[in-house]
Design a protein around this ligand. Structure first.
Ligand SMILES: [Zn+2]
Length: 247
């Protein structure tokens, strides 16, 4: 077989990003299965296809796994979900979609019903716009529900924070800075409430101990004796997120 045959195997779609901080080539697959290759500044991008060919098996297996995961609950993971369940606050919204005029997605909320009017666009484009609009709505929900809850937990622990920010972080559920600013991931809304409470206790405990020392864990244990199990569960909690939050 001529060697050109091997090279003509088509590669999955991918994007290349140059990162000055990156020291070696990194291949990333996001939850939607999109591939990004991060390369150091002095790396020749023409070498990327050969690297991807070498990792082809791994890429395909990983993409197939993601596909299977989203196929398990097609309704929950649709890019136009009919229902949005926010486990953390024990609420569930029904969502309706209709084409509308204008270039933006319009969202109207009426109790636990959401009505979305989307602009004229091809289906895939409309899906993206709808997901982005729902993500904005999610931030508002997170602010509304988490602020009073965090304040109450802070009072309970006697550890007041300075400020809270709701973010769309990809890899962290929360953090606490030396200035007592607490960052919370909006996607916590999809998690069971005991996990969210544990995260609040964890981040607030960092106000007293900015590390994971035995003293820190003793502080956590005072308010959440089951912290070990909850911490492990939180590490696997990505499974609660629907596909549309990753768009
Ligand atoms: Zn921590």
């Amino acid at each position: 077989m001529p060697s050109s045959q091997v090279l003509s195997l088509s590669l999955p779609d991918y994007a290349v990003r140059v990162s000055p901080r990156c020291k070696r080539v990194l291949i990333k697959i996001n939850p939607l299965g999109k591939i990004e290759v991060v390369i150091p500044r002095d790396f020749d991008p023409r070498q990327v296809p050969a690297i991807l060919q070498q990792r082809r098996r791994w890429l395909e297996t990983h993409q197939a796994k993601l596909k299977a995961r989203w196929a398990e609950a097609p309704h929950e993971h649709a890019l136009r979900p009919k229902q949005i369940q926010l486990r953390a606050v024990n609420r569930c919204w029904q969502v309706d979609y209709a084409p509308g005029s204008g270039r933006q997605v319009r969202l109207q909320a009426n109790g636990e019903r959401l009505q979305l009017h989307y602009p004229q666009a091809d289906n895939a484009e409309a899906d993206v716009l709808i997901s982005q609009r729902l993500q904005k709505w999610l931030i508002v929900q997170a602010r509304q529900h988490f602020l009073p809850w965090l304040t109450q937990t802070a009072e309970e622990l006697g550890l007041p924070y300075a400020k809270v920010c709701i973010r769309a972080q990809k890899t962290r559920w929360g953090s606490c800075s030396a200035r007592r600013v607490i960052n919370l991931n909006r996607n916590l809304l999809f998690l069971p409430s005991p996990l969210v409470r544990y995260l609040f206790v964890h981040e607030l405990s960092h106000i007293r101990h900015m590390n994971h020392s035995p003293q820190f864990w003793r502080q956590v244990a005072k308010h959440e004796p089951d912290y070990r199990r909850l911490d492990t569960e939180l590490g696997q909690a990505g499974k609660y997120l629907p596909r549309w939050v990753h768009v």
